[in-house]
Write a protein that binds this ligand. Structure first.
Ligand SMILES: NC(=O)c1ccc[n+]([C@@H]2O[C@H](COP(=O)([O-])OP(=O)(O)OC[C@H]3O[C@@H](n4cnc5c(N)ncnc54)[C@H](O)[C@@H]3O)[C@@H](O)[C@H]2O)c1
Length: 371
């Protein structure tokens, strides 16, 4: 293995803990610095992680030892932070969505191309054993030609658990832009790019009440569609039905189901890295659970950055900007379709990222903890 990729994180909120856990397991990554608009949050991370210094955002962007900026800020700040990092000559990897709009996301990709730096973006969950085993099943022909898929994400709303849920209810948030990246990235990984969409959407409330933390009981305004449905037409001809809601209690539907001419496949939650893939073959009596056959084993958030670190310069990383841009355009277009009542053509396209062979990239978290 070559030298580790030196990473600086901007944004030290709720999600950073998962990255920190996994960076401790990944030899490909060396965390060197952290920054946040709130310096105390960055300091708390630095105090807990050997060799990491807390900096201001400007200092982190100017730091010579940061090769890649991991952008864990809120969606409204994703493009601004990414553009500043690229202008400072750094590669970037951001939490989803790539930006709040495709217009902003395009600026990020164009700036990165001009600067010759890499762009990666969550979700990297699709590189785990769940979605990758399902992909191998499809690629091996176990269900024949895929005809259709359904993707279902139902929750009563993140304000019930997140202490600062404001961003989920502002443009760039909502069930589609917040959770859709997992589902759309998985659908494109499994079935290929999307060429057009239709959609319908609604919202039930103009404000939401924070359910936990110091702001419990405070209301946050709702400026997004909180229930979104759509149909994605893939270039292959397969049709995926999307159902993304912050307005429903629970669902018994599988997160993703794929139907082919010779079988149906249940794909595990694309917000997780693993989970059982189940197959019901034409003529079979029952569902069978497929053995784990592909993907990063025991993976977690941050494995997409390790994957990027091993991607040759100039080659698109698997959890890359092109896939994230396509997913964002698909989601934005579903919302446009919902508001216009029109079918919207998708301008971008993307190659399905290379599949991931069954790979152990890092020690298991529990083995590491017992050391
Ligand atoms: N919370 C989760 O469970 C979760 C899961 C997966 C992905 N994500 C994604 O991760 C991102 C962050 O989510 P979160 O839950 O950690 O949010 P959060 O609000 O808890 O944290 C965001 C942090 O970024 C900082 N910040 C905001 N703008 C900044 C700027 N311009 N410069 C520097 N710092 C800035 C804030 O001060 C805050 O500390 C979002 O894109 C979200 O979609 C969150």
């Amino acid at each position: 293995m070559g030298k580790p990729l030196k990473v600086g994180i901007i944004g030290c909120g709720a999600i950073i803990a998962q990255y920190l856990t996994n960076f401790r397991r990944l030899d490909q990554i060396q965390l060197v610095a952290v920054a946040d608009l709130d310096p105390a949050r960055a300091q708390a991370v630095a105090d807990d992680y050997d060799g990491v210094r807390a900096l201001s955002v400007e200092e982190l962007l100017a730091a010579d030892d940061v090769d890649l900026v991991l952008n864990l800020t809120i969606p409204a700040a994703h493009a601004d932070v990414a553009l500043k990092a690229i202008a400072a000559g750094k590669s970037v990897y951001g939490e989803k969505p790539l930006a709040a709009t495709t217009q902003e996301a395009r600026q990020v990709l164009d700036a990165a191309r001009q600067a010759g730096v890499a762009v990666g973006c969550a979700p990297d969950t699709v590189l785990g054993t769940g979605v990758q085993t399902a992909r191998k099943a499809i690629d091996d022909g176990l269900i024949g030609a895929p005809i259709s898929a359904s993707a279902t994400m139902v929750t009563p709303g993140h304000e019930r658990w997140h202490p600062n849920p404001d961003f989920y209810y502002q443009p760039g948030g909502g069930p589609l832009l917040d959770m859709g990246p997992y589902y759309v990235s998985a659908l494109v990984t499994l079935l290929g790019p999307v060429v057009s969409v239709v959609g319908a959407a609604s919202h039930t409330r103009t404000e939401r009440t924070i359910g936990s933390g110091p702001r419990e009981g405070e209301k946050v305004p709702v400026n997004i569609d909180s229930h979104v449905t759509g149909v994605l037409v893939h270039a292959s001809g397969a049709l995926s039905t999307l159902f993304m809601s912050f307005d429903a209690v629970k669902s018994k539907s599988p997160n993703i189901e794929i139907h082919g001419e010779r079988g149906s496949l249940v794909v595990p939650d694309p917000n997780h890295f693993d989970g059982d893939v189940q197959l019901f073959s034409l003529g079979a009596e029952e569902w069978e659970t497929l053995p784990v056959s592909a993907g990063y084993v025991d993976a977690g958030r941050g494995f997409g950055i390790a994957d990027l670190a091993s991607t040759p310069k100039g080659k698109e990383p698997r959890a890359g900007g092109a896939l994230a841009y396509h997913a964002l355009e698909v989601m934005e277009s579903v919302l446009k379709a919902a508001h216009s009542g029109m079918t919207i053509g998708i301008q971008s396209t993307v190659e399905r990222p290379e599949s991931v062979a069954l790979t152990v990239l890092a020690e298991q978290a529990d083995a590491l903890q017992s050391k």
